[in-house]
Design a protein around this ligand. Structure first.
Ligand code: RET
Length: 236
């Protein structure tokens, strides 16, 4: 097993943050009896629970591996991808339920998302430097297609809903667009991109802030207003 370096500080903060987020959402969700509203709680609680476990896996070193690229040895936290492959579809599901999206839209979003994370994992584990960048490009292509659906199809489907639901959807959609676009940037500037502008220590800090914002921040905004969720749960 590879030993975790000084970046463990950020991984422990991530574990703690995801755990606090989970407990907070569980506390807020108690007493919610409406089945449709419960869906938002169940999904959001799973998002931070999975992330807390994967952060713990990284902090304790199990989630870390090494990849030889040319004459360099890269420290790769593979557990990130195990986290993301489950949590990013769940985040999209939250957004899609809020928007009242149809099954085809949800399936397309989730499919593109899993493809994005899977090709991102290949990029991270590939020993050839050029192929790493190629897989990064393929993964980023999937991200752009996914965001295109978020601004296009999904934003169109929400138009039939209540004004407050629309406004919450726009906030969460914009937050998602900005945060998600930063992931490939941190990846390519960090150790994975092999240029090494961002050392592992700072890369880990950056991903931790992004993960906490995209999961706990997102969940907080979503579950904050019961009144809006109630409207989102009523079919229109
Ligand atoms: C990778 C690397 C390859 C290129 C792209 C990536 C995108 C990752 C994204 C992750 C989102 C994670 C979230 C986590 C929640 O906490 C895999 C970094 C495009 C968009 C939102």
């Amino acid at each position: 097993m590879v030993t975790v370096g000084a970046e463990s500080l950020w991984l422990w903060i991530g574990t703690l943050g995801m755990t606090i987020g989970t407990l907070y959402f569980v506390g807020r969700g108690r007493g919610v009896t409406d089945k449709k509203m419960q869906e938002f709680y169940i999904i959001t609680i799973f998002i931070t629970t999975i992330a807390a476990a994967m952060y713990l896996l990284m902090a304790t070193g199990f989630g870390l591996t090494q990849v030889q690229v040319g004459n360099r040895t890269l420290d790769i936290y593979w557990a990130r991808y195990a986290d993301w492959v489950f949590t990013t579809p769940l985040l999209l599901l939250d957004l899609a339920l809020l928007a009242g999206a149809n099954r085809n839209t949800i399936a397309t979003l989730v499919g593109l998302d899993v493809f994005m994370i899977a090709t991102g994992l290949i990029a991270a584990l590939e020993p050839n430097a050029t192929y790493r960048i190629m897989w990064w490009g393929i993964s980023t292509g999937a991200l752009l297609a996914l965001l295109y659906i978020l601004v296009g199809t999904l934003s169109k489907q929400v138009e039939t809903r209540d004004a407050e639901v629309q406004s919450l959807f726009s906030t969460l959609r914009n937050l998602t667009m900005v945060l998600w676009l930063l992931y490939p940037v941190v990846w390519i500037l960090g150790t994975e991109g092999t240029i090494g502008i961002l050392p592992l220590y700072w890369e880990t800090a950056a991903f931790m802030v992004l993960d906490l914002s995209a999961k706990v921040g997102f969940g907080f905004l979503l579950l904050r207003s019961r009144a809006v969720l109630e409207k989102a749960s009523t079919p229109t």
